[in-house]
Design a protein around this ligand. Structure first.
Ligand code: NCC
Length: 339
């Protein structure tokens, strides 16, 4: 399916599901790290397991797309076994995502979910910066302004009172904030790197995902052994897995795949903008459907989000034309002004 042939409805559907999954993921992850009845699971194994599930699901989708087992085999041989250079290229984002995904567990073990979600919005300007530097795209001053306005708007929209439940583990907010800072940098860099690789060739998204998840499994497995090796050997890979932990791993897998589809059909900056819009729309829907009370900070944030989306979408001023106009005769200047 070509990017241009994909309907707006499908893009909106993917963005909305991605945003809903991400919101649930953060809360569920926090719950499993802080409210516990038994012994704590090893977070490194959860990150690794999610990579395995994403690989299996991507293989399933690719096999469906390719039509026959023999075609699937040919694609795998060509793009995996005979493409060590491509595998190496994709090992860069897989390593960075492995660090980011582990940082999310560390941060959410030390900070409440609302503080995490709000602080994590710093990824929006960070992604914009990576897009400009790595994809050679330019943003107008107005677009930069709208990126920061969006960041502020989402922060206000998600502003909630701190958790009322008592957490049952010791927390270190400083460690939490350092982990978020690392996650923000990783998200911006890995997202834009993956987008660059994906859009610079005709290779299918699912092939790119398979290439990335293969090295992802290796890297996260190394993470398991470095961090929890002795304990995992003693207690087992699935030690402490409750239905909630399985749910978190499931969300991490599904959320990751939806993220890849969103990046394919839009881009990383649009991902930030659209996710913000989806948060606002879903809250407005909750007001209409369930009578949810909206706060002043939500209203202010929602207005900022809407204005920033409008400003970001405004056509860029073509400064090169204006410069030329300054050096040409008055008639052509007049023509440019009327255009
Ligand atoms: O931080 P974020 O995304 O940029 O992280 C991207 C997540 O998607 C996975 N991924 C990416 C590309 C690809 N081809 N395959 C993938 O599986 C990466 O492994 C990484 O987990 C966001 O924009 O806010 C978003 O946030 C995450 C998640 O909430 C945060 O990282 C938590 O710290 C969302 N992931 C999930 O909900 C599971 C993502 O959907 C959106």
């Amino acid at each position: 399916m070509g990017v241009e042939n994909v309907s707006v409805i499908f893009k909106l559907y993917c963005l909305t599901v991605m945003t809903m999954v991400a919101a649930t993921y953060i809360v569920a992850l926090r719950y499993t790290r802080t409210i516990t009845t038994g012994e704590m699971y090893f977070s490194t194994t959860a990150v690794c397991l999610a990579e395995v599930i994403k690989l299996i699901l991507s293989l399933g989708i690719l096999s469906n797309e390719s039509g026959s087992p023999s075609r699937l085999k040919n694609i795998i041989v060509e793009h995996v076994f005979c493409s060590p250079k491509e595998l190496l290229k994709l090992s860069v984002p897989s390593l960075v995502y492995a660090i980011q995904n582990n940082m999310a567990f560390l941060a959410l073990s030390n900070l409440d979910a609302a503080v995490y979600s709000v602080t994590y919005q710093l990824k929006i300007p960070c992604t914009a910066l990576c897009t400009v530097l790595m994809l050679n795209r330019s943003l107008s001053r107005m677009q930069w302004f709208s990126v920061f306005m969006l960041c502020g708007g989402v922060t206000l929209v998600q502003w909630q009172p701190a958790e009322s439940t008592k957490v049952q583990v010791e927390q270190n907010p400083f460690v939490g904030f350092i982990a978020i800072a690392i996650a923000v940098l990783c998200s911006g860099f890995a997202g834009v790197y993956f987008e660059k690789v994906l859009k610079s060739s005709d290779t299918s998204l699912w092939v790119r995902n398979i290439q990335m998840y293969l090295s992802g499994i290796l890297v996260t497995l190394i993470g398991v052994f470095i961090n929890d090796g002795d304990h995992v050997m003693e207690k087992g890979f699935f030690f402490g897995y409750t239905p909630w932990v399985c749910f978190v791993v499931f969300l991490a897998s599904v959320g990751g795949l939806y993220t890849s589809v969103v990046v394919k059909y839009t881009d990383n900056i649009m991902k930030g903008f659209s996710a913000a819009a989806a948060i606002v729309i879903s809250t407005v829907a909750s007001v209409i459907l369930f009578g949810l009370q909206i706060t002043f900070s939500f209203t202010t944030g929602a207005i900022l989000v809407c204005v920033s989306i409008y400003l970001y979408g405004l056509p860029k001023q073509d400064t090169s034309k204006l410069k030329t106009a300054n050096n040409t005769d008055p008639a052509s200047k007049q023509k440019l002004i009327t255009v």
